[in-house]
Write a protein that binds this ligand. Structure first.
Ligand SMILES: NC(=O)c1ccc[n+]([C@@H]2O[C@H](COP(=O)([O-])OP(=O)(O)OC[C@H]3O[C@@H](n4cnc5c(N)ncnc54)[C@H](O)[C@@H]3O)[C@@H](O)[C@H]2O)c1
Length: 234
């Protein structure tokens, strides 16, 4: 148990961010944010498990990190919305490392017709977005978080969105080819509710459940979108 103190000089702040000896699973680990988190966790000493879907290149990225950091990193191809795949993810990580300390859910599904108008949205696209974004978070929390709760410690970070909390300003997307589909908002609203639920549900089991809502992470967006965005955000 860490000593309580009001004297900041006695706290080693660097140690608080040290991840040596920790095993951290990052779903959607090949995405814009997931890849940056994987790199950051690797730089701070963790054994990183990059888990992403078919064709994303998780294994290659893990190999690259292993070489650069001289530590075993794990790359796994899986579908976060499929129970058997998430079970396989847990099994592989436990077989290779014997534990799991952290889970960062960075996945999201942008289907082929993701930006279709609400009136024209297909059930297939709706289901695919909800299955990956919400069910995927439920499955990883249940299967990997459940393991952490059994062991009595762990940390989960889920990734809802600004649009779990507020309505999108539709003017942001005027003159652009992108938007914020209702399926995205609805699924991410579910991720937020689930995360809040689990934060108290596992409070006495030593599992912390937190969430980050990124907003407009730069990604070579269309010029018009960047203009709209900067006009609306001061
Ligand atoms: N980028 C932003 O500005 C922003 C803003 C708010 C919220 N977020 C949230 O943060 C998270 C990361 O965002 P990002 O911009 O890095 O997203 P991204 O689209 O760049 O990455 C998502 C990753 O998820 C993977 N993925 C998709 N379907 C999957 C499946 N079925 N199984 C496993 N992996 C799958 C993709 O291959 C991809 O690598 C997402 O949940 C997103 O909704 C991002």
């Amino acid at each position: 148990m860490e000593m309580r103190t009001t004297n900041p000089e006695t706290i080693n702040f660097k140690d608080k961010f040290d991840l040596h000896g920790k095993v951290i699973i990052i779903t959607g680990g090949m995405g814009l944010i997931g890849r940056a988190f994987s790199e950051a966790c690797a730089q701070y000493g963790a054994t990183v498990v990059i888990a992403d879907r078919e064709g994303a290149g998780s294994e290659e990225f893990a190999e690259n990190l292993s070489k650069r950091f001289n530590r075993e990193m794990i790359g796994i191809t899986f579908d976060v919305g499929k129970r058997e795949d998430v079970e396989r993810l847990k099994k592989t990580v436990l077989e290779k490392t014997g534990k799991t300390d952290g889970l960062v859910n960075c996945h999201q599904n942008k289907t082929a017709k993701f930006f279709a108008k609400f009136e024209e949205y297909t059930d297939e696209d709706w289901d695919a977005v909800v299955e990956t974004n919400l069910k995927g978070t439920y499955l990883t929390c249940q299967i990997i978080g459940g393991y952490m709760a059994e062991k009595g410690s762990g940390s989960i970070i889920n990734m809802p969105s600004t649009y779990s909390v507020v309505a999108p300003n539709q003017n942001l997307y005027k003159g652009t080819s992108i938007g914020c589909p209702a399926a995205y908002s609805a699924s991410k609203g579910g991720v937020m509710a689930l995360s809040q639920y689990l934060s108290t549900y596992w409070a006495d089991k030593g599992v912390r459940v937190n969430q980050i809502t990124p907003h407009g992470v730069s990604n070579n967006h269309e010029e018009q979108f960047e203009k709209n965005f900067s006009n609306f955000h001061h």
